[in-house]
Structures are given as C-alpha cells and as structure tokens.
Design a protein around this ligand. Structure first.
Ligand code: ADP
Ligand code: TRP
Length: 330
C-alpha cells in the first residue's frame, strides 16, 4: 500500500498498554516508514466521555510521547492534535446536512446504549449526549478532510469508516465528486493480546501492562500474571499461557521456539518464565522508554512537534474546507 495517504486517530482515554502497542501502534509506525501518514490525537472524540481537561491533556501527551519515542518517522508522518485544526469543526458541522439521522441510529456504539436502556426500562436516550450520537460525523470529517486513502483501525471502528464512505457518497451525489472514498484496513492480525487475568488486555478490565511502565512496575505487573497451578516439573501448554503469548511479540523466531520447548518439556516454573518474559520486554523497550521519560519531562518538545503537525495538517484541511464551502454555499 505504498504511496497512499494513510490516516488514523487515537483517542486519549487512557494510558497506552501493550495491547495497544502490539495491536495498533506497531503497525502504524511501520506504515509511516513508507507512506504519507496523518496521525492525530482524537481529543475531540474523547470529549463525550471525559469531562476532565487535565486528563485529556495528560493522555494526549502520553500518546504523542509514545509515538515519538517509538520512532514514528516524522518526515512522512504528520502528528497533531485533532482540536488544533479548525477546519474539522467546520466540516463536521457541514456534513451534518447530508447525513441521514437513520445512519446514526444504526451505529453500534449508540445502539448498544439504546438496547441497555431499553432492558432497564428507562428512556432509550438516557445518558446519550449529542457528541456521542454524532461521533461518526466528526470521524467522517477527520477522514475526508485529508483525502485519506487508507484508514487503519481496530475491528470495532470499521463501521465508522464505512459510515465515512456513506457520508462521502451522499455528499458527492449531491455536490459532485469532491471526496475520495477511504478504505478501512483492519490492522495486521496479531490476535487478541491477553492481559494480566487472561482476558483481552483492556483498560476496561483493569488488567493492562502500560507500555512504558517504569522497570520496577513492569516487573511487578508481569509477576502478577495469572497462571494455572502446574508445578515447575510439569510440562505446560504455551498456547494457553499469557506469558508465552506476550513473549512471542518481542522475541525472534529462534528465541520463541526455545521458550516453547521450555514450556512443553517441563522443568521450568512460572516464576522463571515470568522473569524471562520481563527481561525480554524490558530490554526491547528500554531505549524507547528512556526517550519517552525524557519527553514527558520536557513536554515543550512534544508541543513543538504537535504544533508543527497542526500547521501542516491545516494546510491540507483548509484547502478542503474552502472547496466544500464553495460547492455548498457558493
Ligand atoms: P482498550 O480496550 O484498552 O479500551 P482501545 O479500544 O482504546 O483499548 O484500543 C485501541 C486500539 O488498540 C484498538 O482498536 C486495537 O486495535 C488495539 N488493541 C487494544 N487492546 C488490544 C488487545 N488486547 N489486543 C490487540 N489489540 C488491541
Ligand atoms: N474513533 C476512533 C477510536 O475510538 C478514533 C478516531 C477518531 C479515528 N477519528 C478517527 C480513527 C479517524 C480513524 C480515523 O479508536
């Protein structure tokens, strides 16, 4: 997919964890090596949920700091805060006029709330603000502003990208071929990364390992991974082990094969396996973590990068909005 315009947004609603890294950030960084990529912190999308500005700001720094520390290629990638590009508020508002209300009614996230409210016998729209209801329109504005070809997202966001295509279609039918059709790309399938308790690693389950946890915290977390009660001597099934699953994402093939054998042969206790996992993750991330810690203590450097990104993004976005206003308003 070289020479395509790639765009994705990351919502600042929590501290990024190993699941986010392996499931999304890693392939995004790889993709930015060869493609013009717009990556933004979707802080406007966080607003319907988080009402504490200091939290949105902190998570935004964490995400930006993380991407920079992991080596996001800033020659190809434009990294910015969504809220710093004025055109997005405008396009979102203008797109409301070609977006059928019924489309929003079909959004999975909205429907899930309606179903829950119905079961509880309360008003179907209880707890739903307009930010949540029109979330897909804002997301369509993000995608269409930058002429995106490819939108890498997690499976849960696929419907939103399809809505962006629908909205682009309604717009183009009314006003002519203005918008390009974006394609959702569901990231490289690295499977579901398990968390400390064996369920999907997710901030909603409070079972995460933060990507750049300080060394002692990383060790503590890894030591807390839940295992079965097999004795050190007993052979163990690596494919059912969170320890082994996590290891495969940091180790090379030979190391993975060797670790697998240590599981199946027996003779290795889970304590030892956890120490091996800790050492592997720790050494893989140490250099980037150092850079991350430096950036978090020097946030002005992150601000400079985000500011420059917002300026670059605005050049493209302003051109689009000017064109859109012209065709809609004359
Ligand atoms: P959380 O479940 O912690 O709220 P998000 O939904 O914010 O995580 O995740 C952002 C992206 O990170 C997802 O779209 C997905 O691609 C990736 N991701 C998150 N958790 C995992 C996981 N456990 N395994 C694989 N990918 C994940
Ligand atoms: N809604 C996405 C999420 O929750 C974040 C996002 C906002 C996004 N705008 C986008 C992703 C545009 C891709 C393209 O993860």
């Amino acid at each position: 997919m070289d020479n395509k315009i790639v765009l994705t947004g990351i919502k600042p609603t929590g501290t990024p964890h190993l699941g986010n890294y392996i499931g999304a950030l890693k392939s995004l960084i790889k993709c930015a090596e060869t493609n013009k990529t717009f990556v933004f912190i979707a802080d406007l999308h966080a607003l319907n949920l988080i009402k504490d500005a200091s939290k949105i700001r902190q998570y935004s720094y964490e995400i930006a700091g993380m991407l920079i520390a992991l080596g996001l290629n800033l020659e190809n990638a434009v990294l910015f805060r969504q809220s710093d590009v004025n055109a997005v508020y405008q396009l979102s508002n203008l797109l409301m006029n070609v977006t059928p209300k019924g489309l929003m009614n079909r959004a999975h996230s909205y429907k899930a709330i309606v179903e829950k409210n119905t079961e509880s016998g309360i008003d179907i729209d209880s707890g739903v603000n307009m930010g949540l209801y029109t979330y897909p329109v804002l997301m369509a504005a993000d995608i269409l502003l930058y002429n995106s070809d490819i939108v890498p997202v997690g499976a849960d966001q696929k419907q939103h990208v399809e809505f962006a295509r629908d909205i682009a279609g309604y717009f183009n039918n009314t006003y002519g071929e203005i918008f390009k059709m974006p394609e959702p790309v569901i990231g490289e399938d690295n499977g579901i990364i398990p968390g400390l308790d064996g369920r999907k690693m997710s901030k909603s389950y409070d079972n995460t390992i933060p990507l750049f946890a300080p060394e002692n915290e990383l060790k503590k977390k890894i030591m807390r991974i839940i295992t079965d009660s097999k004795t050190p001597e007993e052979p163990k099934n690596p494919d059912e082990s969170t320890i082994f699953q996590l290891y495969t994402h940091f180790a090379n093939e030979a190391e993975t094969a060797e670790f697998r054998k240590m599981f199946t042969d027996g003779g290795m206790g889970y304590g030892t396996a956890k120490t091996i996992l800790f050492e592997k993750i720790n050494s893989s991330l140490a250099k980037a973590r150092e850079k991350y810690e430096y950036l978090m203590n020097n946030k002005a450097e992150i601000d400079t990068i985000l500011q420059k990104g917002a300026e670059q993004a605005s050049v493209v976005a302003d051109k689009t909005i000017k064109h859109v206003k012209k065709v809609m308003l004359g």
